[in-house]
Structures are given as C-alpha cells and as structure tokens.
Design a binder for this molecule. Structure first.
Ligand SMILES: [Zn+2]
Length: 70
C-alpha cells in the first residue's frame, strides 16, 4: 500500500512528485489496482510531503492514493 502525503510536521516539508508511473509505482513496489486519470503515463502531480526523497516509502499524491484505497 502506498503511503499518503502527510502534513503532521510542517517544519520539514519536501516538494516531491507523485511516485505513480501509470500502472505501478516508479520503484515497482506497488502495482495499481485501478486506472488513474493520467492513464499509463507517470503522474505529473507534485505536492508537499514530510517524506524526504531518500525515504523508501512509495508516495502517491492524494488523487492516486484515493484511487488505490477506494
Ligand atoms: Zn499521482
């Protein structure tokens, strides 16, 4: 399950791009269960997250995250 963006610690926010590559996460850890609005292309959404770029978690934007958890 991909992790979602979180705003718990606003002192450390990173601008990151959604890790959704279309059919799966960019690191191939998560395979999407449903199709997203960006289709087979990588998701262009960026967002502020407390997950730093060197964290291992797969981070999806709110839109992609909600598609996978619904
Ligand atoms: Zn996305």
């Amino acid at each position: 399950m991909p992790a979602c963006q979180k705003y718990q610690n606003p002192a450390k926010l990173f601008e990151r791009q959604c890790q959704c590559a279309g059919l799966q996460s960019k690191n191939q850890v998560w395979y999407n269960k449903s199709s997203h609005s960006h289709g087979d292309n990588p998701c262009p959404n960026t967002f502020q997250t407390t997950y730093s770029p060197d964290r291992p978690e797969t981070i999806y934007c709110q839109e992609c995250y909600s598609k996978e958890v619904e």
